[in-house]
Design a protein around this ligand. Structure first.
Ligand SMILES: [Zn+2]
Length: 436
């Protein structure tokens, strides 16, 4: 009995809305959870009037402090007059242990001297957002690492909310990102939906960061990069533009950045070269009888591999093949001889090597190689500039792979714009909105 009496006389009046913290002198003092949340949200013109606890959430009721001026939601200027009070809105915040935190408040409309009657500025959230900036930022940060489905599951949101948060973060990041002068860029393309839809991506090869993504891979599409993203003034600092020989944007570069050196990407050139070898192999295959085919089968990788990477067994197979089949031998030697080009330091020597190589390739009687040479001849300047610049899109190979993995891990990117937002979010190093 005395024990119960004790409880009645000293019921903990603040529980559960009381937290205990130690002051600097080591005394224990109670902090009202209202105060704690007000401080966490850094409220100045608003205050927490009540915290309500339900089964699954803590509901934080917020009201304005009468004497403090509210700010305009558009220009953030302080406004003297409140026009009206709107109906209550709710924002999701980071959860507290297992309880999700929800802020509730009736927004005011203020009379801004500049903008007229507008909804006030909320220090805890961006205008129109249904989650607080704190929650939006952790969701956005995690969405850089995980699939959007995974993030949604983690925070008890749905996919659409995560998509909205990421798109808003990207829009903010693009408005507020640093734009230092760009000197070396690489233009490349990525495919979506197994090569049916293409996007063009532009990288800053010095900083290894994504600059721009656009739908499609045509000249018209890429023009937007030069006119909208870069503008005339920023185009002037461009020194090297690295791209594929086949790409239709060489004219754009000459037009918008005439001082820049065109450079045809090493990795793309090697890819075209390997394709020539492969075409020779396939043509040969078609002419062979089924008995001969056994010997040629599985030699594709043997021919494309660097010779020092071959095992003894592979070496042996390669030499049988070589003794046995001349067109393939010529193709293989041509491929190996071409690769020496990349090592030259002096432009003059490099040019001589390339000229000699092209002459022998033209005499090889291999149609795919002749085609390759014709392609080289019409792009010679942009190929020879490798010796001076020594850059290639290989520097951002990792980023291209990242984009591939983004497209694989998400089923929801039916719209190109959503996919583009996801690419910017992962590769462009955009800043996230600040918590005020
Ligand atoms: Zn205003």
């Amino acid at each position: 009995m005395p024990f119960e009496k004790h409880l009645q006389r000293h019921p903990d009046p603040f529980y559960p809305s009381m937290l205990f913290t130690k002051t600097q002198r080591g005394e224990t003092t109670g902090v009202l959870i209202e105060t704690f949340i007000r401080k966490q949200l850094r409220l100045k013109a608003h205050t927490v009037i009540r915290v309500e606890e339900t089964e699954e959430a803590l509901i934080v009721h917020i009201d304005r402090l009468q004497k403090r001026l509210l700010r305009c939601g558009v220009c953030r200027r302080r406004c003297r007059e409140v026009h009206s009070v709107r109906k209550e809105r709710e924002w999701r915040d980071l959860s507290m242990r297992k309880l999700s935190l929800r802020l509730r408040y009736r927004p005011r409309r203020v009379c801004c001297p500049r903008c007229g009657v507008r909804v006030e500025d909320f220090p805890w959230a961006e205008a129109w957002a249904r989650v607080t900036t704190a929650l939006a930022n952790v969701v956005a940060a995690l969405a850089r690492e995980l699939s959007w489905q995974g993030v949604a599951r983690h925070y008890g949101l749905n996919w659409k909310s995560v998509a909205t948060i990421v798109k808003r973060a990207v829009a903010y990041g693009l408005r507020h990102r640093a734009r230092p002068p760009v000197h070396v860029i690489g233009i490349d393309e990525v495919s979506r939906r197994k090569g049916q839809v293409y996007l063009t991506v532009v990288y800053d090869l010095e900083r290894r960061v994504l600059l721009w993504v656009g739908e499609d891979r045509t000249e018209v599409a890429v023009k937007k990069f030069f006119t909208e993203e870069m503008g005339r003034r920023r185009c002037r600092t461009l020194q090297v533009v690295c791209m594929d020989m086949w790409a239709p944007y060489a004219n754009l570069v000459r037009q918008h950045a005439p001082q820049a050196q065109l450079l045809f990407d090493r990795f793309h050139i090697v890819k075209h070269l390997n394709e020539a070898v492969d075409t020779v192999r396939r043509e040969l295959w078609r002419q062979l009888t089924s008995k001969d085919r056994v010997n040629v089968k599985g030699t594709r990788w043997l021919l494309l591999k660097n010779p020092w990477n071959l095992s003894d067994h592979q070496n042996e197979r390669l030499s049988t093949l070589v003794r046995w089949n001349t067109p393939l031998v010529r193709a293989w030697y041509l491929k190996e001889a071409f690769q020496l080009f990349w090592a030259y330091q002096q432009p003059k020597r490099a040019r001589e090597h390339l000229q000699k190589w092209m002459n022998s390739a033209m005499r090889s009687k291999l149609e795919p190689f002749k085609k390759f040479v014709r392609m080289l001849r019409s792009h010679l300047d942009g190929i020879l500039s490798w010796t001076k610049t020594r850059v290639s899109n290989g520097a951002v190979e990792g980023m291209n792979n990242k984009i591939k993995s983004i497209s694989h891990r998400s089923f929801g990117f039916r719209k190109a714009q959503t996919f583009i937002a996801a690419i910017y979010h992962c590769c462009a190093r955009l800043p996230l909105p600040n918590e005020r």
